[in-house]
Design a protein around this ligand. Structure first.
Ligand SMILES: [Fe+2]
Ligand SMILES: [Fe+2]
Length: 137
């Protein structure tokens, strides 16, 4: 297996909102921690599950803050955006549960999902929200 790629902070669109950027960087860092342990073959199921729990906790905290701001600012695309957040938490939790089952998902599949989701969501959906916020002020 080729080694999996970390997300470098420059790959992520920096929105210019300090709190959001910091939280996104935090999520990216947890993703990278997972990449590192998988690449060094230390990615036991238990270790991967621990990192996924950390990611869903940090994700939930971040999504709650982002959604609060959406409600406060009457963001018109809030419903679809929130659905994406729920989807992420659902998928991460499902991976976590399945890791303990008889047919565990491959670490590579989990990392690819996280990689694509984080990059796509931040670059497109969070950016769109940030542009809306800037227009409001
Ligand atoms: Fe976000
Ligand atoms: Fe978001």
């Amino acid at each position: 297996m080729d080694s999996l790629k970390r997300i470098e902070w420059g790959d992520v669109f920096v929105l210019g909102n300090e709190t959001m950027d910091k939280e996104h960087e935090g999520l990216v860092n947890i993703h990278n921690k997972l990449v590192d342990i998988v690449n060094t073959k230390e990615g036991t199921r238990k270790k991967i599950a621990e990192i996924l729990s950390e990611l869903s906790d940090a994700g939930l905290r971040h999504f709650q803050a982002e959604e609060l701001l959406m409600d406060k600012e009457d963001y018109p695309n809030a419903m679809e955006h929130k659905r994406q957040h729920r989807d992420f938490i659902y998928n991460v939790s499902l991976y976590n549960v399945n890791l303990m089952g008889d047919n565990p998902p491959k670490a590579e599949e989990i990392v690819n999902f996280l990689h694509d989701w984080l990059l796509h969501h931040i670059k497109n959906h969070d950016t769109e929200f940030e542009i809306y916020l800037e227009g409001q002020n």
